[in-house]
Design a protein around this ligand. Structure first.
Ligand SMILES: Cc1cc2nc3c(=O)[nH]c(=O)nc-3n(C[C@H](O)[C@H](O)[C@H](O)COP(=O)(O)OP(=O)(O)OC[C@H]3O[C@@H](n4cnc5c(N)ncnc54)[C@H](O)[C@@H]3O)c2cc1C
Length: 291
């Protein structure tokens, strides 16, 4: 591991001040949440010197609240805490499952959804589920606070829209209303502890007749960034979310995909699999919405 310094500011303001002054002086900084990406990268692919700025001790990054209109998930909350929250699991089972897929029990004691998003990997498992749930990033920096939809946050492989003086405080997720369900599925070559070949998240709302009135579909690991697929949502809205509608949504996801071939799968395979996952996740979300 390369040289590093460590700071754990006690307030949001002092964190922003530290990030700003470091950026102005040319000091490389890196925010630390659970460290399950950071420490692995520091030991392998990126040994450069830096100042680690730990945001886990901030009250604001540990807020977890369920309101009538908004669920707020602080950026430092590990997936183990989310998994223990029965109310959250009942409201957003797909999003919580996407966090539960990350690593092992040990990893989940540290790994946060915020870190998964900020790491900005094309295959980050929570990102398509966040997109499907219309989640919004709550960012703070020297210019104040701003909100950015998750689908606009990641700008490329490992890059995102935050300036060096900014960090993610938390995620705002619209509280599901009425007959609403979500689901996330990924495919990996092994049974666990692997990187997604493809992933798909779906959230939809049904009316009392079972017709779909709203839908969002996010896909991952099949493009440089996770994508919102509005054509797939359009294929579901107004239908009973039957096989025809799910097949049309699957086709839309396959059409939106622009993957690479690597040791986990070829372009053709990923294009096929992301459609299959959308269809299956859509059926689970539909059944959850009916339950
Ligand atoms: C064994 C193992 C298995 C894994 N399995 C999976 C898996 O199945 N699926 C998957 O998607 N990932 C997996 N991961 C990767 C990793 O665990 C996840 O991406 C995790 O969610 C990262 O969260 P973290 O809190 O540990 O982030 P950290 O490592 O602390 O940070 C990750 C990145 O985000 C930045 N960052 C973190 N928080 C903030 C913030 N609030 N504001 C600004 N920047 C921030 C950091 O600077 C860093 O660049 C695995 C990792 C390991 C070691």
């Amino acid at each position: 591991m390369g040289d590093y310094a460590y700071a754990a500011p006690a307030t949001v303001d002092s964190t922003v001040e530290l990030l700003s002054s470091s950026a102005n002086s040319g000091t490389r900084t890196q925010v630390l949440a659970g460290g399950t990406d950071v420490l692995v990268q520091m030991r392998s692919t990126d040994r450069g010197a830096r100042l680690i700025v730990d945001i886990k001790q901030l009250a604001e990054t540990n807020v977890l609240s369920v309101g009538e209109d908004e669920i707020y998930i602080g950026a430092a909350i590990p997936s183990a805490i989310l998994n223990e929250n029965a109310e959250l699991k009942g409201l957003l089972p797909g999003l919580i499952e996407s966090a539960d897929l990350i690593g092992s029990t040990q990893i989940q004691g540290r790994a946060s959804i915020g870190g998964n998003l900020c790491n900005s990997s094309p295959a980050g498992d929570t990102i398509p589920a966040l997109i499907a749930n219309s989640a919004v990033c709550h960012i703070v920096g020297a210019d104040g606070e701003r909100d950015v939809p998750v689908e606009d946050f990641v700008t490329g492989v490992g890059t995102n829209c935050m300036a060096p003086h900014e960090f993610l405080l938390g995620l705002r997720v619209p509280t599901p209303k009425g007959n609403t369900g979500d689901a996330y599925l990924r495919f990996i070559p092994r049974t666990e502890m692997d990187i997604a070949v493809a992933g798909a998240g779906v959230r939809l709302t049904l009316d009392d007749s079972g017709a779909c009135t709203a839908a969002r579909v996010g896909i991952g690991a099949v493009a440089p960034t996770a994508l919102v697929v509005s054509e797939a949502a359009d294929a579901l809205i107004g239908t009973q979310v039957d096989d025809d509608a799910l097949n049309a949504a699957a086709d839309a996801c396959s059409a939106a995909a622009s993957p690479i071939s690597d040791k986990r799968g070829t372009v053709e395979y990923r294009i096929k699999v992301v459609g299959v996952l959308c269809k299956r996740a859509g059926a689970i979300a539909r059944d959850r919405a009916k339950a």
